[in-house]
Design a protein. Sequence first.
Length: 229
Amino acid sequence: MPGSVVDDIELIIEEIRGNGGGKPPSRDGDDDGGGDDGGGGGHTPDPRRPNSKKYSTAVLLAIVSITVFFLAPTAAFLALRLNHRHDWIGVHLPGILWVNTFVLLASSATLEVARRKLRSYDGQGFRRMWTLTTVLGLLFVSGQVLAWRQLAAEGAFATSRLASSFFYVFTAMHAVHLLGGVCALLYVEWHRFDAARISRAFAAEIASYYWHFMDGLWVFLLVLLYFGR
């Protein structure tokens, strides 16, 4: 308890300093208001606050649940591949998947550049790079749709054989979860954050955890499908 009291006192002192000696904190961090997206050097809440921890915990639980969600089809894929090693008919992976992979990995890079812009109080730079990250995410999903169409044109449908069935299941589930990440990116960019609860910088950090996880998950699935042909 003494430690928590000291922490509360430190937070009060930091708020007084950051708000210019007692001015009420800005309600949002828009480009013209000097808030959490770096428009004018406003006070950024300490991410260690208890009401901020729940957001990181929620994302962590989401990541764990998605991992468990993908474990079942992964185990089934490996079991069937080993049991049907002699009569397994693989699926030809469309070449566009490699382009899609590059696009998704590039989106992680632009996301980190956007966060760096935000930390340096460059609001416009943040929005440009954050928007580019969102566009790359949507471009990845569009590329996945093209890959499905290419397979369908070759006669590899979701029910034609085991290998193609798993391909559609893995890629479709990943695309759906990635679209959830796109929604999170849009929320971070356009939501009017209450600086007293959570800053845009902290929201961007939380969103980055999920986005990078989806990138890593896709690389895992691509390797799994490639060597499981």
